[in-house]
Design a protein around this ligand. Structure first.
Ligand code: FRU
Length: 480
């Protein structure tokens, strides 16, 4: 079904209509990447949560599927995860069919209204038809709330060394790890983070997964936090460390962020993808998510991204790069002039692009510069590098409609992490978002904006003449 309304993302997943927030239950099974998500089919603002559902063979094109989980007498269906229970530890498998098991938070509105402190509990459901239909477990909830108001967003994975499931749960101002042999009986293992990381808001939507670097295994812990992100509102911090089946021990003290833009929240990774870790986030921010000016739907995901570890001056860091599958969208690449005169260049691409595109650029890192994306309606978005501050930025103050929330029209900054001489930028520009991957994904920013028409004119601005090493754009096909 073509989705072509004003501001409708063309290379990002959106529900055809109504509200979405966090990605949930991401699991790869039998050649399909399943994406569930926080969904309110009754309106375009946050409301009683369901799990919406979509699936993809390539992480790029999505089939929209029927709602997977509906609220019930135990409450709304909040965020969570899903696993392939290959060994049938849960006993839900039948006739040789492997169960997919979803682990989610039941949020009891009545308990919340009565100001109880135990209205969020963890429950499970299973599917024997590859995620299409789900049956909730009769013994729900499987993990009862001990009296912590924020007790949610279970991310479960199999810890093969000790043949048990690990649940990473957001518990107010820290993470609590639980373990289980069968996804039904959960035992507390340890807590992490009360005194580490950012604490400007409540902790939500964690993820814990191993990644290899130079033949050694490390564990990455993602923790979303709202508010308290570096550029305001919602954001996702991470730790690199060790996990022994019970306890997480970080290698670092300082707080790091997976993305410095304002619009990548509650992201987690797919289960069952082997050594490859693929991430998707909700491309929005709780500060204004309920007010963004889209009509029939609200909310989108980021593009799918691959996470890797790398060594830098701070120790071991996490890089984020667009998945290679996105190459299927590429039309012919067009080179732009590499010599830039001082001042603002005239638009370098002659025809205004009306759809999404990828833009790539490399410089020697000796001077500030910016890329100005604009349209004939005088909307403009500026993505740049500030040499004095050694930082990247996105300025969306003039990028279009921004009067729906006073926090929206701002410049956002990201420190340059890489110490490499050459600065390289890859931008994925959709009709209402930009995703900046700098220096092989070591500095990342995701920002949304709402122009009158797509920002299809490209120019470069520099205080002094500049020779770019490489400069090109690649128009992209719509995924719909
Ligand atoms: C994060 C979050 C989760 C919660 C869900 C509710 O954006 O607040 O903590 O489970 O959204 O929709």
């Amino acid at each position: 079904q073509p989705s072509t309304e004003k501001h409708r993302p063309q290379i990002h997943f959106t529900p055809e209509e109504k509200w979405m927030n966090d990605p949930n239950g991401m699991v790869y099974y039998k050649g399909k990447y399943h994406l569930f998500y926080q969904y309110f089919p009754g309106g375009t603002k946050w409301g009683p949560m369901h799990w919406g559902h979509a699936s993809s063979k390539d992480l790029v094109h999505w089939d929209r599927l029927p709602v997977a989980l509906y609220p019930d007498s135990l409450g709304l269906i909040f965020s969570g995860s899903a696993v392939v229970d290959s060994l049938n530890t849960s006993g839900f498998g039948k006739d040789g069919k492997t169960p997919l098991v979803a682990i989610f938070t039941h949020h009891d509105m009545k308990g919340e209204r009565a100001k109880r402190n135990d209205f969020q509990n963890q429950s499970i459901a299973y599917s024997l038809d590859e995620g299409l239909t789900w049956k909730k477990y009769a013994g729900n909830p499987v993990l009862k709330n001990p009296g912590i108001v924020d007790f949610r967003d279970p991310k479960v994975s199999w810890y093969a060394e000790q043949k048990k499931w690990i649940m990473t749960l957001a518990t107010k101002d820290r993470i609590t790890f639980y373990s289980s042999p069968d996804l039904k009986d959960w035992k507390k293992e340890s807590e992490f983070g009360e005194k580490l990381g950012a604490h400007g808001g409540v902790w939500e939507c964690p993820d814990l997964f191993p990644l290899m670097l130079n033949g050694k295994k490390y564990y990455v812990l993602l923790i979303s936090i709202n508010p308290g992100a570096p550029n305001g509102g919602s954001g996702t911090q991470y730790f690199v460390g060790d996990f022994d089946g019970s306890k997480f021990t970080p290698l670092q003290e300082e707080t790091r962020w997976i993305d410095y833009g304002t619009d990548n929240y509650a992201g987690i990774t797919w289960a069952n993808t082997g050594n490859r870790k693929v991430f998707i986030g909700w491309m929005n921010n709780w500060t204004y998510a309920n007010e963004v000016p889209t009509e029939s739907w609200r909310g989108a995901t980021t593009i799918a991204r691959e996470l890797k570890l790398f060594n830098d001056k701070n120790g071991i860091s996490l890089s984020t790069e667009p998945v290679k599958e996105l190459a299927v969208l590429a039309k012919a690449t067009i080179n732009l002039p590499k010599a830039v005169r001082a001042g603002l260049s005239k638009p370098l691409n002659k025809t205004s692009l009306s759809g999404p595109y990828k833009l790539q650029l490399q410089t020697n890192g000796l001077a500030s510069f910016s890329v100005v994306l604009s349209n004939t309606a005088k909307n403009k978005l500026v993505v740049g590098y500030d040499k004095a501050g050694n930082r990247f930025y996105i300025d969306r103050r003039a990028a279009g409609n921004n009067d729906f929330n006073k926090e929206f029209a701002k410049i956002h900054y990201a420190p340059r992490i890489s110490a490499g001489k050459t600065i390289s930028l890859t931008l994925y520009v959709d009709v209402a978002s930009v995703e900046l991957f700098a220096d092989n994904g070591s500095s990342v920013m995701t920002d949304i904006f709402f122009p009158e028409k797509p920002l299809g004119l490209i120019s470069v601005q520099a205080p002094a003449a500049l020779i770019l090493k490489d400069f090109s754009y690649t128009p992209l096909k719509s995924i719909w």
